[in-house]
Design a protein around this ligand. Sequence first.
Ligand code: ZN
Length: 333
Amino acid sequence: MIIEADEIIHEPRNCKPHVVLLGAGASRAAFPDGDAAGKALPVMNDLVDVIGLKLLLEQAGIESTGNFEVIYSRLKNRELKNKIENEIFDYFENLSLPSTATIYDQLLLSLREKDAIFTFNWDPFLFDAYSRNKDIASLPNIFFLHGNVRIGECKRCAEWGIRYGICPTCNKNFTDVPLLYPIEDKHYADSSPYIKASWESVKNWFTAAFTITIFGYGAPVSDVKAVELLKEAWLKKSSRKFEHIEVIDILCSEQLTARWKAFTPTFHSSHQDSFEKSRLCSWPRRSSEMLFSAMSQGSLCEGFPPPKTNNLAKLQNAIKKIAQLEDNSHQKI
Ligand SMILES: [Zn+2]
């Protein structure tokens, strides 16, 4: 049975959360031509070249080729570490969001306030896209698991917000949330109260999630503990019977099946090589409803993706029409 799109658009339910996890591949996919000025988005394998750290490393006699994670773990000199950390912070801080509609605008507008996005990325694009869309429709909660160049926190009051903001509780300036550097034994909990709280949140959201989408996250070996924590929250602590996950990644299906098999004991996973083919894009703001009707009634729903456009206002208008139907929804799944 096929359900018409209108039926699902007009009947939003108070579904359990759709939770999205973003890795470096998501920012690469969202900004293939770099930021507004054409500055490239580095990933760990080309970070040294993209940011221009080669000379600094070579002057210190440190091999500069390969994965930044490995290179960073070899650094012992505190002064050099600080220099490199500052260079990285400056690079990401100065990236600017293009004025056109991006995948991050679409991603944020495709979810609701009952949903959440967790990102490992340092770049400012999720934060900046959130800022320019927050008055268009209710948006998902966003969390930065490795810190971010746009946010600050008050350690005393456990508040956070825009980097140079003021704590609403004690009126003191926020301090920077450190970018968490890739080292094997990550002391997430020790680095900042904000990061500690974000990791507590990710556990709770993964346990509560109706479905998850993993976008461009490579689950590197250095993140073994993090992936284990997510898996435990997703599987062991939850009472759901089926694990519907969607993976958006340019790797082939066999590789993705192998990578995420521990998350899908009931084999309910799908793989897409682009955001445009994902559930989020095809059923914006109703991805959980679509999945629910497929699971409970075996009914497939027609997709209703927003128009393919790089005009931000056009995208926002299309989403507003869907969002305005959400206010009176009290149905629960
Ligand atoms: Zn405070």
